[in-house]
Design a protein around this ligand. Structure first.
Ligand SMILES: C[S@@+](CC[C@H](N)C(=O)[O-])C[C@H]1O[C@@H](n2cnc3c(N)ncnc32)[C@H](O)[C@@H]1O
Length: 298
C-alpha cells in the first residue's frame, strides 16, 4: 500500500498548530527589536508540534546563531499525566511531519532535541539565548521547570513567551507563570489572549517601545493595566474592518446570484428526474396491459 502524505504547506496558515496572528505579530516584533538593538543570541522552542511557531522563529535566525527545538514528537512521555496529554492532543504527531513542514520554508532544519524538555539544559548553554518559547507540556511541574530553564538560558535582556498561561484547561501553566512573576523575578511585558511575554531584565524600555509601535497598528488593540503595582500591556487582534456599504451590497448581490444559480441547477436536475420517472411510469403503464393480454388472452 502506498503511503499518502499531506500536501506541503505553502504558507503558515496551512500549518496545523496553535499560533494566533496577534502572537505571530508580537514574536516578529520582539525578534526584530533584538536584531535592531544588536542583541544576538540563540533561539529555543520547547514544544513545536508541527512547526507553526518554529517556522516563524526560524525566519529570524542569523549567521552564528542556533535555533534549538525540543519536543517528544513520537517518543514516550516521561510520566503518565504527560502521556495522557500526548495521547489526547498530539496522538498523530511525528518528527517526520515536523521536519517536512519546516523544510517547506527553510533550507536547513533547526537543532532537534527529541526528548522531554527537562533535558534542554544538556543541549543549550546558560545565557546563550535571546528568545525562548515555552509551549510543551501544560502540567505545572513541567512548565515550572521549563520557565526555570528559560531563566538559565536567557541573559537579562532575553524574552520568554509562555503559551496557554490563562486557558481554562491549563491551570498548571497559569500557576507556573504567575509564580515566576511573584517569586522568581520575571517581569510581565504584555499578555495576549493566549500568550504571556516576559523578561528578567529591564521591562520599562521594552514596554515603552512596544506601546509606541502598538499605537501605529490598526489591526491590534491594546490597553495598559496595573497589576500588583506593575505595568502590564494587554494586546489582541481587532476584527477585520467591515467592507464599505457599497461593497457589501455588491457582495450580497453576488451571493444572491450564486444561490439563484444553485437553485436553478437543482430545479433542472429535479425536472429531469421527474421526466425520467414519468417516462418510465408511462412505459410501464403501456407495457403492463399488453403483458396481461398476452398472459390471459380472451
Ligand atoms: C501545544 S503543542 C506546541 C504547539 C506549537 N508551538 C505550535 O505553534 O503549533 C505542544 C507540544 O509539546 C510537546 N510536548 C508535550 N510534553 C512534552 C515534554 N514533556 N517534553 C517535550 N515536548 C513535550 C508535544 O509533543 C507537542 O508537540
Amino acid at each position: 500500500m502506498t503511503e499518502t502524505r499531506p500536501p506541503l504547506p505553502a504558507s503558515l496558515d496551512d500549518v496545523d498548530g496553535w499560533f494566533p496572528k496577534v502572537d505571530q505579530r508580537l514574536f516578529t516584533w520582539f525578534l526584530e527589536r533584538q536584531e535592531r538593538l544588536g542583541q544576538p543570541g540563540d533561539l529555543v522552542e520547547l514544544g513545536s508540534y508541527l512547526g507553526k511557531s518554529a517556522i516563524l522563529m526560524g525566519r529570524h535566525l542569523h549567521d552564528g546563531e542556533t535555533f534549538t527545538v525540543c519536543d517528544l514528537f513520537d517518543s514516550q512521555a516521561p510520566d503518565a499525566s504527560n502521556q495522557a496529554e500526548m495521547d489526547g492532543s498530539y496522538s498523530t504527531l511525528t518528527r517526520a511531519a515536523f521536519e517536512a513542514n519546516y523544510h517547506a520554508f527553510h533550507d536547513g532544519l533547526p537543532e532537534i532535541v527529541q526528548a522531554p524538555t527537562s533535558a534542554i539544559l544538556d543541549h543549550v548553554r546558560p545565557e546563550s539565548c535571546r528568545f525562548v518559547h515555552v509551549d510543551a507540556s501544560h502540567l505545572y511541574e513541567h512548565v515550572r521547570g521549563d520557565i526555570q530553564a528559560a531563566h538559565v538560558m536567557l541573559p537579562a535582556e532575553g524574552v520568554v513567551a509562555c503559551d496557554d498561561y490563562r486557558s481554562e484547561h491549563t491551570p498548571g501553566v497559569s500557576a507556573a507563570v504567575w509564580e515566576a512573576v511573584a517569586v522568581e523575578g520575571l517581569h510581565a511585558v504584555c499578555v495576549t489572549p493566549q500568550k504571556f511575554y516576559g523578561t528578567w531584565g529591564d521591562v520599562k524600555e521594552v514596554q515603552d517601545e512596544l506601546l509606541e509601535w502598538l499605537g501605529d497598528q490598526d489591526d491590534l488593540w491594546h490597553e495598559v493595566q496595573q497589576v500588583a503595582g506593575r505595568r502590564l500591556l494587554r494586546v489582541k487582534g481587532r476584527p477585520a474592518p467591515k467592507a464599505p456599504k457599497k461593497d457589501r451590497v455588491r457582495e450580497l448581490k453576488e451571493r444572491l446570484a450564486r444561490a439563484e444559480d444553485q437553485r436553478s441547477r437543482a430545479q433542472h436536475e429535479l425536472d429531469s428526474v421527474r421526466n425520467s420517472v414519468s417516462f418510465r411510469v408511462g412505459r410501464a403503464a403501456t407495457a403492463l396491459p399488453r403483458a396481461m393480454r398476452r398472459r390471459h388472452p380472451h
